[in-house]
Design a protein around this ligand. Structure first.
Ligand code: ZN
Length: 269
């Protein structure tokens, strides 16, 4: 499993779209993308209604782009529910309940199956034209949008890497335009970082190396990079040290995130 968990160090260029592709992008930015399947929410576990225990809510948007997943194991509701359960396991100790805002199975041009990035280590722009094309067609602003794409080939790693686009990344980038800020909160999960449920034991939630979804969510709501050193933490920099644990300070940071909302009691009279 190529678990490259970079903080939006996506050093992408904008040179990957040809004129024909640009035209397609312009079209889908107004028409949106068609959905080839409706999600079956009966597989998705409902959030806890215990507002006292979980006074905060983190709603997620899942976007499955164009493909059936590795070895033709489809990205189905069961897999998505697993990521939700994992994320609950990580964030519930902070008082945050995770919920699903929407799940969308969309189909679009195949040139977006691979969000190519450039191995150049210098930032030339924060978001590539390919990303803008994808986000522009489906993104739901003000939510964390989790995109499942085939791959992001990056330098020496043929499988590429999953990554998250947080506000902090903007501080380090050049050539950023304001309209890109609406896409803060985007998470790209590549096929090779997905969980193969057929070999995964759901009872071992902290199994090594498969916490990529809650880890990337952590980049967004903690607005941070990695915790370095040999520690077992959700935001650890190396795959085998990543667990679903957060420190009390990280919890405090998470509650300040604009993606985390206070829940309100329903007062019945
Ligand atoms: Zn990371």
């Amino acid at each position: 499993m190529g678990l490259c968990l970079n903080l939006a160090s996506n050093v992408f260029g904008s040179w990957h779209l040809n004129p024909e592709e640009r035209q397609i992008c312009e079209r889908i930015s107004t028409t949106g993308l068609s959905e080839w399947k409706n999600p079956d929410f009966s597989y998705i576990s409902t959030p806890s209604s215990n507002v006292q225990q979980y006074p905060f809510l983190l709603p997620l948007v899942f976007i499955v782009y164009n493909h059936n997943g590795h070895e033709d194991s489809p990205i189905d509701e069961r897999e998505i529910d697993f990521y939700i359960e994992q994320s609950r396991y990580a964030f519930r100790p902070c008082g945050i309940e995770v919920s699903v805002e929407s799940i969308r199975y969309v189909q679009g041009p195949s040139f977006l199956d691979s969000l190519d990035c450039h191995p150049d280590a210098n930032f030339v722009g924060l978001i590539s034209e390919k990303e803008l094309c994808l986000y522009g067609a489906v993104h739901q602003p003000d939510f964390i949008n989790i995109y499942f794409v085939k791959k992001v080939p990056a330098g020496e790693n043929p499988d590429g890497q999953s990554y998250a686009l947080n506000r902090r990344a903007f501080e380090y980038a050049r050539n950023v335009t304001l309209d890109m800020e609406q896409f803060i909160g985007s998470i790209i999960i590549v096929d090779s970082d997905r969980i193969n449920l057929s070999v995964f034991n759901p009872n071992e939630r902290e199994q090594v190396g498969v916490e990529v979804v809650p880890h990337e969510i952590g980049h967004i709501i903690l607005n941070q990079g990695h915790e370095y050193g040999f520690l077992e933490n959700l935001m650890s920099d190396t795959g085998y040290e990543i667990t679903l644990s957060l420190t009390p300070e990280q919890c405090r940071k998470a509650l300040d995130s604009p993606f985390v909302h206070r829940r309100y009691f329903l007062i019945e009279e």
